[in-house]
Design a protein around this ligand. Structure first.
Ligand SMILES: C[S@@+](CC[C@H](N)C(=O)[O-])C[C@H]1O[C@@H](n2cnc3c(N)ncnc32)[C@H](O)[C@@H]1O
Length: 261
């Protein structure tokens, strides 16, 4: 999974320039674009997104946790989902990866506020410091990096793959989404689950609503891509996993569950 041009995780301070775990110039550009997009909106993100990022709690119900599990959210944003998992008793290890330092800064503060984590620990989680045993005591470990470059060892210091990896309204923002799916599958244990919730085609909703929604989402670099759906189906037909789809609110969104073979 690691390649020779991959830098090892280096300490970075949360700030406007995203570069720490990104390998290519284009990756840096995408991360910087995410920082730019969320610099201001991250402050009202959780309040506003609750009304249209539907299905997130339903996806969380499908995440199986126990004291021995390792769960990763790719594109964790403000850590809203990870915090919910951290409130379960015996939730195991929780990890979050995001391209945007800005989002991770908000995530760190939110973890600290909601879970009562000591500020030092919350800061170190955000600052992408090399993984240590101490990090294992944190309820949530956050790292900056790109989905398509996910590497459990390099980014999180894990020698074992994850039990569950999930994307919540993230794949529709990643131009290089095939790489993101491949990296997630590569970092998942056999029998583990890849879960995805994202916008669907709104086919069962009134046409005028669907057209308006698509235009509005494009303003936020969000695109429904039928080919993502096809690629997930393909994971099943090619024998890489067992795939199930579920519709949320008349195909407003879908939840895909892939159990890796
Ligand atoms: C719409 S937000 C969703 C946040 C969160 N998953 C939720 O459900 O509230 C998408 C997140 O994906 C992140 N993101 C976008 N492209 C990414 C990439 N290539 N790698 C990692 N994270 C990415 C963004 O920075 C942002 O925080």
């Amino acid at each position: 999974m690691s390649t020779s041009d991959a830098p090892s995780p280096s300490p970075v301070s949360p700030g406007p320039v995203s570069s720490s775990n990104n390998r290519r110039q284009s990756g840096v550009d995408h991360a910087a674009a995410m920082d730019q997009m969320y610099r201001l909106t991250r402050h009202v993100y959780d309040l506003t997104r609750r009304y249209y990022l539907l299905g997130r709690d339903r996806l969380l119900e499908r995440v199986v946790t126990s004291p021995t599990t390792a769960t990763l959210e790719v594109g964790c944003g403000t850590a809203r989902n990870l915090i919910k998992l951290a409130q379960r008793p015996g939730h195991g290890r929780l990890y979050g990866l995001d391209a945007s330092h800005e989002m991770l800064e908000t995530a760190g503060k939110s973890i600290e506020k909601t879970l009562g984590l000591a500020p030092g620990l919350a800061t170190s989680a955000v600052a992408s410091q090399p993984f240590s045993e101490k990090a294992g005591q944190e309820p949530i470990v956050l790292r900056q990096g790109l989905a398509e470059q996910l590497d459990a060892q390099r980014m999180f210091g894990r020698d074992e793959p994850f039990d569950t990896i999930f994307f919540s309204y993230c794949l529709s923002m990643i131009p290089t989404w095939p790489g993101a799916i491949d990296a997630a599958m590569a970092n998942l244990r056999p029998g583990g689950h890849l879960l995805i919730v994202d916008f669907w085609d709104q086919k069962d909703l009134p046409g005028i609503f669907a057209a308006g929604l698509k235009r509005w989402l494009a303003m936020f670099h969000v695109h429904y891509r039928p080919e993502v759906h096809d690629a997930i189906v393909d994971l099943g037909t090619s024998g890489r996993g067992t795939v199930e789809f579920e519709s949320v609110a008349r195909r407003y969104a879908y939840i895909a569950s892939i159990q890796k073979n």
